[in-house]
Unconditional design. Structure first.
Length: 599
């Protein structure tokens, strides 16, 4: 690998535009107007005479428009992310949003036309669609469950004052909540986000108080929040089962994710069967904290703190080294982000918090943002975001409509990249503190992403059924507690206040069954990683094939082409094998030293 001098600095957006006030940026806006007008002219071609070749040309025009808009809007977004306090960037971001909405509205005729075609006509036109095929198929996926136009219009109209109004009501009610905590003798009045940060506090009494206060406030509104939920669930059933004829409440989401029902059931089944792994982890955590049994309040308690700091150069060396040892091409692609100065790792005031990788369009190397502070978790984040970038670059042979991986595969390269890094760091025999920090972080994250989310979905499935059977709100809280008992077994002391936790999960209200996608994506990568461990280099071409596919096929299609059978239980069980290995490593690290702060 060529040695490059990496510094923490602001990224360069020159590949997008010289600046918000530049002539080029103004011209880009005008060019979009012209392309948009030209595209509207295509409407005349949408007749019975349209040939597959004709459709392909229209799709190319649409693709070109998307790229132009993406560059324009992307620049505004990235400029805003680098300095959220810059008034010019704030204004431009707002205008970019407006442009996005306008483009959406003015091109709606095209997607509506496509969705409304008869099955036979669509089938015939698809023959010439090339790389756009999957995008077109995605648009038509809901066709078998679509009602007549007047019926759809009535549903849309009534949703505004129906389910959307109920969700809005839930949001307004719960967003007004304030939470009172006493910390260091000081009375605090906090938002939920602020109160939740105390779950990670080293002091056990502070962690407990944080949970108790949040649960107390939600429980006080149990009746009304529960009623809102019951209405949403009944509406979900009336519309999707009674009218649209879906097989089950979760099948609606499965169709959206393009995942077959049986695979989702297998995933949830295997998760329930493997709950014991995290129960073992919680027992180990109790031991490290020096208590007999963990309380539910303690599951995110910090274990030690790794003070090791890695300069950016060293971090980049570790990440690229891990990628390179796997497959040089992967390292080479990740390095493009750094070499082209598309990486912003500097810690600055006003910069957007968190981390992301932004793919603008297939012709451009993605941009990566984080606030790099040299902790082990920052290196893991660097590997994660660069993994996203590698995924995009490998899929850059596709159109702007089919480059991005579908939701179930969206975290594949990022999580896999993190795994590669963690394994490399562990193999380099770091200090016990760094080892411990890496492994605990891995287990904590996987608990929150896999097991917790899977049990959320289990609760939702049962809750939908019980509400249909006439269950009262209190019965739903009891049901929730039951799912927690199954999840934790005897490993965690579960207090009754957690009955109310489900009232505080917004996903249940605004996007039913969304939660399992987290578990699916994460466990999928763990399973792939285990295949890599088992098969060695022979696995690599199949892995690269998955990434190269981007969003050009259904998630199952992509995996099947790479020879991966996600229908098999053993596949998912293998994913848990990775976690078992991490847990064994942790168990072998031995007893904590006395100086460590526990609780
Ligand atoms: Zn990610």
């Amino acid at each position: 690998m060529p040695k490059v001098d990496y510094r923490l600095e602001r990224w360069s957006l020159d590949d997008l535009s010289p600046g918000l006030e530049s002539d080029e940026y103004r011209d880009a806006r005008q060019a979009i107007d012209q392309t948009l007008q030209a595209f509207e002219g295509q409407r005349a071609r949408l007749t019975d005479d349209l040939t597959p070749q004709g459709l392909f040309e229209i799709l190319q025009a649409f693709d070109g428009l998307q790229r132009q808009v993406s560059r324009y809007v992307g620049f505004a977004y990235l400029r805003f992310a680098e300095d959220t306090q810059d008034p010019a960037a704030q204004t431009m971001r707002g205008r970019a949003d407006q442009l996005g909405a306008e483009v959406g509205n003015r091109t709606l005729f095209f997607t509506l036309w496509w969705k409304a075609l008869s099955e036979a006509t669509a089938e015939a036109l698809l023959t010439g669609a090339g790389d756009y095929r999957q995008w077109l198929l995605n648009l038509r996926r809901e066709a078998p469950f679509t009602l007549s136009e007047p019926e759809e219009r009535v549903i849309n109209l009534k949703d505004v004052t129906g389910r959307r109004a109920i969700v809005a009501l839930y949001e307004s009610l719960t967003n007004r909540y304030t939470f009172r905590l006493k910390v260091d003798g000081q009375g605090l009045e906090l938002t939920r986000g602020e109160a939740e940060t105390y779950r990670y506090d080293p002091r056990p009494e502070v962690r407990a108080a944080s949970y108790q206060e949040i649960l107390r406030v939600y429980a006080a509104d149990e009746r009304v929040l529960g009623q809102l939920y019951q209405s949403l669930v009944r509406d979900w059933r009336n519309e999707n089962i009674e009218l649209r004829r879906f097989a089950s409440p979760i099948a609606v989401r499965n169709l959206g994710n393009d995942l077959p029902d049986d695979i989702v059931e297998t995933l949830l089944d295997v998760c329930r069967e493997k709950a014991a792994i995290f129960q073992r982890f919680f027992r180990l955590k109790a031991h490290w904290l020096g208590v007999d049994r963990l309380r539910r309040y303690d599951i995110y308690a910090p274990i030690g703190e790794a003070h090791a700091t890695f300069a950016l150069e060293a971090a980049v060396g570790e990440v690229l080294g891990a990628f390179d040892a796997f497959e040089p091409q992967v390292a080479h692609l990740a390095q493009k982000v750094l070499d082209q100065r598309h990486y912003d790792g500097e810690v600055r005031r006003g910069k957007q918090s968190g981390a992301f990788c932004a793919t603008i369009e297939p012709g451009l190397t993605p941009w990566v943002l984080q606030s790099y502070q040299g902790r082990p978790r920052d290196i893991a984040t660097l590997a994660h975001e660069l993994g996203h970038a590698v995924h995009s670059l490998l899929a850059s042979g596709h159109s702007a409509l089919t480059q991005d991986a579908t939701l179930p595969l969206a975290e594949t390269a990022s999580t896999f990249g993190e795994m590669l890094l963690i394994d490399r760091l562990l193999a380099s025999d770091p200090t016990p503190e760094v080892r411990q920090a890496l492994l605990f972080r891995q287990m904590d994250d996987n608990y929150a992403t896999v097991m917790r989310q899977a049990y959320f979905a289990v609760f939702e499935q049962q809750a939908h059924q019980r509400i249909h059977d006439g269950a009262q709100v209190e019965a739903l809280s009891d049901l929730y507690l039951e799912t927690l008992r199954e999840q934790f077994g005897e490993s965690v002391e579960l207090s009754d206040d957690f009955r109310a936790e489900w009232l505080a999960i917004p996903h249940f209200y605004h996007t039913p069954f969304y939660v399992y996608a987290y578990a699916f994506g994460q466990l999928l990568v763990l399973a792939l990683y285990q295949q890599y461990r088992d098969q060695g280099p022979g696995f690599i071409p199949r892995y690269l094939e998955i990434l190269r596919a981007g969003g050009s096929d259904s998630p199952i299609g992509v995996l099947e082409k790479a020879g991966i059978d996600v229908r098999a239980r053993e596949f998912w069980e293998k994913g848990f094998g990775v976690l078992e290995r991490a847990l064994e490593e942790l168990e072998q690290l031995g007893a904590p030293s006395r100086s460590r702060r526990g609780g």
